[in-house]
Write a protein that binds this ligand. Structure first.
Ligand code: UDP
Ligand code: MG
Length: 387
């Protein structure tokens, strides 16, 4: 493929948040390579984000980066080509397969790009497999943000977020790209239509969460929506421009707007490794997400406070009238204790709801970075070349 032909290709950054996915990385990469090789007219680059993994994740990513970036002396993006069907069984095989599908050479393109004002000046100068490794585990939200931020710096036409555990079927990437082309929408996202194989308690919580979220928050999130989505540059920039450090991406995707189309898929079970979510962790995440996009609990507190005040006033008037008309009544202490307990509980609940909001405000005012990078193969010059 000539440089000119390579320049015509649209660039897609594949963002992969990874936390302790050492067992999955090779399989994932091989699968996505196979899908990418079958998509014409696009160049694919990977941005692996190692979220402070404690297993071999980073080593695996580095091996892949070394294999692809140096594979057969060719440094190009993953472009369409012929690829075998069997899964890679060794790193050497993986690297050679990776380089097999590479036809475009980014280094050549960069050399040409000195030609100021030409289309070459707009080229993505990224290495095909890049990685960012965090200093500790900051969570998937931070990993997705780091990947999107790198995609903005790359100036790629599109970015895809996809899980490393193959629960987001890579073959849908092709369908997403076709949908974006056909409908000229800004984003194409995936949605699980079944929860087969998922722990029952998790499905129950999830369904309740979507119902409450859609009813009481400012945004609408489809039940089953996952973070697997393809977005154009404009949408990625909008997401990265949202500076909150406590992030809830499902809400952010909805909040930024843009025309989004949905692709449905059946739930896929994790083959290797374990989910990082506990029931308690998911519950915390759901509450935090709700609070991020809903002020309705604060309003509900006000309404409840108003109703109880009116109720108390009416009760007081009735008591005064009873005393004036029927003579002095001796109230039982049981009713007083009940009232004290009721209002004590109410005040505590009100304070804890307010505390959630105040706590989140407090954390935001610290302006802490969303993540801290330990190492990366993204070169500093490229980071500032915001194309
Ligand atoms: N992940 C991450 N940081 C975390 C937890 C998860 O980067 O702290 C990644 C993980 O490696 C995977 C994706 O996010 O690629 C989804 O995680 P997981 O499979 O545990 O979530 P589930 O599919 O069970 O919702
Ligand atoms: Mg998963």
């Amino acid at each position: 493929m000539t440089n000119e032909e390579c320049r015509q290709l649209k660039t897609v950054d594949i963002i992969v948040p990874c936390y302790n996915e050492g067992k999955n990385i090779d399989l994932f990469f091989d699968e996505v390579q196979r899908v990418a090789a079958d998509i014409e007219g696009y160049r694919f680059h990977y941005i692996f984000v190692d979220d402070g993994s404690m297993d071999s994740t980073l080593e695996k990513i580095k091996e892949i980066a070394a294999g692809v970036n140096a594979g057969s002396g060719n440094h190009g993006g993953v472009d369409r080509g012929k690829n075998g069907g069997a899964a890679a069984s060794s790193d050497a095989e993986l690297s050679s397969r990776a380089s097999e599908v590479i036809e475009c050479n980014d280094d050549d393109l960069v050399a040409d790009s000195s030609d100021a004002g030409s289309t070459a000046g707009m080229l993505n100068t990224a290495l095909p497999v890049k990685y960012i490794s965090f200093s500790r585990n900051f969570g998937k939200e931070a990993a997705m943000y780091a990947g999107l931020e790198a995609a903005v710096r790359n100036g790629s036409d599109y970015a895809i977020i996809i899980d490393a555990d193959l629960q987001h079927p890579p073959h849908l990437i092709k369908e997403m790209i076709r949908t974006m082309e056909d409908t000229e929408c800004d984003s194409c996202a995936a949605r699980r239509v079944s929860r087969k194989g998922e722990p029952r308690i998790r499905s129950v919580f999830a369904r309740a969460f979507y119902k409450i979220m859609n009813r009481y928050s400012d945004i609408e999130i489809l039940d089953g929506a996952v973070d697997f989505r393809l977005m154009n540059k404009k949408m990625v920039k909008a997401i990265v421009s949202m500076p909150e450090s406590q992030r809830f991406s499902k809400g952010i995707f909805a909040w930024v707007g843009f025309d989004t189309r949905w692709i449905e898929f059946e739930n896929v079970m994790r083959i290797r490794g374990e989910s990082k979510w506990s029931v308690w962790g998911l519950l915390r995440y759901a509450i935090a997400g709700f609070i991020d996009f809903a002020a309705s609990p604060l309003k509900a507190i006000g309404v409840f406070g108003g109703i109880t005040t009116i109720g108390a006033a009416i009760y007081l008037i009735i008591e005064i009238l009873k005393t004036l008309i029927l003579g002095k009544d001796v109230p039982g202490y049981a009713s007083i204790v009940c009232l004290i307990l009721f209002f004590g509980g109410l005040i505590t609940a009100v304070l804890s709801i307010m505390g959630e909001y105040i706590g989140r405000m407090y954390m935001e005012t610290k302006h802490r970075p969303i993540y801290i990078e330990k190492e990366s193969n993204i070169d500093e010059n490229q980071r500032v070349s915001d194309k």
